[in-house]
Design a protein around this ligand. Structure first.
Ligand code: AMP
Length: 391
């Protein structure tokens, strides 16, 4: 089946046409800067475009994407649409898009203010341009809904969970689900027989503890700000730091929000960049800020992995994924060194090649737990879920 996978953000629409039989992306692209200076970049089997487009809203953006797919003669072959949704609230699995689903997504806007309205709008606009196609919503939080109460509750009065649903939700669920299933496949095990930690490390980063295919704990929380140090996000903080900054420097809620979401993480620690490639290069040239950022990033990662490992009966494997996890040899090496207490033994040559010539494995032959690198493929999983629900 050919599935159009849509990821509608506040000012962008990313898309891919996935063939679920071959697992290949036949076409992919993105319309960005919606509402400002619209721009479309896309490739298909026969052509590429990279041009300005008049897209004051998501309506024109999706129309521009459809025009491109028409020039590539792909529109008639698409049989369903799968939407990536950042926050699924109560949803524990993917779901067919209905009026009720769209209204629910709108109702939880406060949980992800930039994303949820864009997702709901994307579903409504997709219905207009592809009226006959079934649509499916695939939620980033759904995979984490198997966490037990002791993992998802915060230590604040219980009534805030009951009245306002304040709890750990977890994000990147589609990626954690995909790479943990891939790890089981590559290791020749059934997902039920694998206990692993997945570390999705990109601009946003999170780790998850997965017991027999089911998530039992994760590092992101009520929002994607919790947990690991990220590109510009602080990760976990002592909340009293915010009270202190308010009292000492007069920072109000908006200023604090900007500080922890946009000015912190690798960028804030290094004073240089949020990009791991830039930081690795700068650190090798002696840049002190870049060295500090790398050190804190890897230490906190190891510390959080150590913490959620406690949710597992045994640890069979640790899987690195995302832009940093898949490519940064130094991050993997430093993190695995910190985790040697768990028994990890890295193979330098395998790590150097990002596990490409050793079935993803970067730990030494025969050592346990196994450390692996697996490229994530969220679009593919969204397409496969969509196919399953549509069928
Ligand atoms: P993502 O959000 O998954 O696209 O990941 C983005 C992050 O991956 C950025 O910090 C990039 O610097 C990092 N990244 C991509 N390629 C490499 C590489 N070859 N080495 C180190 N970091 C990389």
């Amino acid at each position: 089946m050919r599935v159009l996978v849509l990821n509608c953000g506040s000012s962008s629409v990313k898309f891919a046409v996935i063939d679920t039989a071959t697992h290949e992306a036949i076409s992919s692209g993105l319309v960005e800067n919606i509402g400002v200076n619209g721009h479309i970049k896309a490739k298909g089997p026969t052509s590429k475009i990279d041009t300005m487009v008049d897209a004051p809203t998501h309506v024109e953006a999706i129309a521009a994407m459809q025009d491109f797919l028409k020039t590539e003669n792909l529109v008639d072959s698409i049989e369903a649409i799968g939407h990536r949704v950042v926050h699924g609230g109560k949803y524990i699995t993917s779901a067919p898009v209905t009026r009720e689903v769209i209204d629910y997504i709108k109702s939880i806007t406060l949980f992800a203010p930039l994303h949820e309205p864009a997702h709901a709008m994307g579903m409504e606009v997709a219905k207009k341009y592809f009226p006959t196609l079934p649509q499916v919503a695939v939620f980033d939080t759904a995979f984490h809904q198997t966490m037990p109460r002791k993992a998802f509750l915060y230590g604040i009065p219980y009534k805030y969970y009951e009245d306002l649903q304040i709890r750990r939700y977890g994000f990147h669920g589609t990626s954690h689900r995909y790479v943990s299933a891939e790890a089981a496949r590559l290791l020749g095990k059934k997902p039920e027989d694998l206990n692993c930690i997945t570390a999705h490390l990109g601009n946003g980063s999170s780790a998850a503890a997965i017991r027999g295919g089911k998530c039992v704990d994760t590092t992101m929380g009520f929002t994607p700000l919790d947990g690991l140090v990220m590109g510009t996000r602080s990760g976990s903080l002592d909340p009293a730091i915010l009270f202190f900054l308010n009292k000492k420097l007069g920072f109000d809620i908006d200023r604090l929000d900007k500080l922890v979401n946009k000015e912190s993480g690798l960028l804030g620690l290094s004073g240089l960049s949020n990009d791991m490639r830039t930081l690795t290069q700068a650190a090798s040239e002696g840049h002190e800020g870049a060295k500090i950022a790398l050190e804190v990033f890897c230490y906190k990662l190891a510390r959080e992995i150590g913490g959620i490992t406690m949710a597992l009966p045994t640890l069979d494997a640790l899987i690195f994924t995302g832009g940093i996890g898949e490519n940064s040899r130094i991050v993997r090496e430093t993190t695995l060194e910190s985790l040697s207490i768990l028994g990890f033994k890295m193979d330098k040559a395998r790590n150097e090649k990002n596990g490409k010539e050793s079935g993803g494995i970067i730990s030494r032959e025969g050592s346990t737990p196994i450390a692996m690198v697996i490229a994530t493929n969220e679009e593919l999983l969204i397409a496969l879920d969509t196919e399953e629900l549509v069928k």
